[in-house]
Design a protein around this ligand. Structure first.
Ligand code: TXA
Ligand code: MG
Length: 344
């Protein structure tokens, strides 16, 4: 189905599964989610089992109205109007949790992550279920998120109780997570920092350094401390000028896969075994949209390792580089010597 022509009967079937304590994979505007009734602790526990997710990493609760959000969390008056106006949107806020939200959702924290997804199928599913839906991204833990139904099907076919196939996600990168108490960015995402600052009329605190944004010794969000988005093929970030890619990869000529902008692929294809183009350099939204798909496709090819290029960190570029750095486990190189140290 698609947002333009949703299969209401199918959505109702999925909603019945949620009501009965089952697990449904569903589309959102960012990535696919794997969800359960947010008030059903056991159902939510099953999500952790299916994903292989550490239990101290809490879930985002998806709602279809502000009223529903208030059943999950305490929304300070000053934020209620703002959230009411901006939602549905790829913006997740951390709020004080109401009693009754199971421990498996909050990982025992006193706070809960809440968002209203900007996807008609997701909203209808939540409405028809009559309950908020707790859902992490629909991927096996530590692996790239699903930005297409086909990815989620690969991960969860025969495991989840239903999978709603609605093609490709609009953004392809997860929501931005902010802590409203400290007004701090916990995870860059599809909603830009600029957009948040305009919306709230305040500067957002951004943790970490440029290279290691989101990588802090004492994580403020449980999700920060875990490895993320990693393909099975080792992948390294090329931090140099694309015109020197030939020199920097010389010891491994013809043995690696290059992921990058279409323009850079044209240059790199002379030196790489294969290339995966993810869009024109100027179309950062397209590049962000295609990143996870490229990381998943990478594992369908065989190569010793992969190389991915750097992008600017403006707008969605901040989230894009955050995902790329994590996928590379923060391993980067600028020349052949530093690459040899990484590949061994
Ligand atoms: O776009 C998205 O956000 C997607 C779709 C499905 O909505 N969901 C998603 O969920 O990316 P997940 O579980 O992959 O990431 C949720 C992030 C994690 O980093 C988690 O640690 C953080 O939100 N989080 C959840 N509850 C939190 C809390 N109470 N305090 C701080 N961080 C929290
Ligand atoms: Mg995730």
């Amino acid at each position: 189905m698609s947002e333009a022509s949703p299969d209401i009967k199918g959505i109702r079937k999925a909603a019945a599964i949620i009501k009965e304590g089952g697990i449904v994979v569903f589309p959102t505007e960012t990535v696919y989610g794997i969800g359960a009734n947010a008030f059903d602790g056991n159902a939510c526990l099953r999500i952790f089992e299916l994903k292989g997710r550490e239990q101290d990493n809490p879930l985002i609760v998806h709602v279809s109205s502000i009223n529903m959000a208030e059943k999950v969390a305490v929304i300070p008056k000053m934020y209620k109007k703002i959230l009411g106006n901006v939602w549905p949107a790829p913006l997740t806020v951390i709020l004080k949790a109401r009693k009754g939200i199971p421990k498996s959702v909050t990982a025992g924290l006193r706070t809960v992550a809440v968002r209203m997804p900007d996807n008609k199928i997701a909203l209808r599913l939540i409405e028809e279920s009559g309950t908020p839906i707790a859902a992490p991204s629909a991927n096996i833990s530590k692996r790239p998120s699903s930005t297409r139904a086909s990815h989620a099907i690969k991960y969860f076919y025969g495991k989840a109780d239903a999978i709603i196939d609605a093609g490709s996600s609009r953004f392809g990168i997860e929501s931005t997570v902010i802590d409203l108490d400290n007004f701090e960015l916990l995870r860059p995402g599809a909603f830009s920092v600029d957009g948040i600052e305009k919306l709230f009329g305040r500067k957002l605190k951004i943790y970490g350094t440029q290279e290691k944004r989101g990588y802090v010794a004492k994580p403020k969000s449980p999700g920060m401390k875990y490895m993320h988005y990693a393909p099975l093929t080792p992948i390294f970030l090329f931090n140099g000028d694309i015109r020197s890619i030939g020199n920097a990869t010389k010891p491994y000529a013809g043995r690696f896969i290059f992921i990058g902008s279409d323009e850079s692929c044209k240059i790199a294809k002379r030196y790489a075994k294969d290339t995966i183009g993810i869009g024109r350099r100027e179309d950062v939204d397209v590049i962000a949209h295609n990143l996870f798909d490229a990381l998943i496709r990478l594992d369908g090819k065989t190569s010793e390792f992969a190389v991915i290029e750097c992008f600017g960190e403006e707008g969605i570029g901040l989230a894009l580089m955050n995902r790329i750095r994590k996928a590379c486990s923060y391993k980067s190189f600028t020349d052949a010597d530093s690459l040899i140290k990484l590949v061994g």
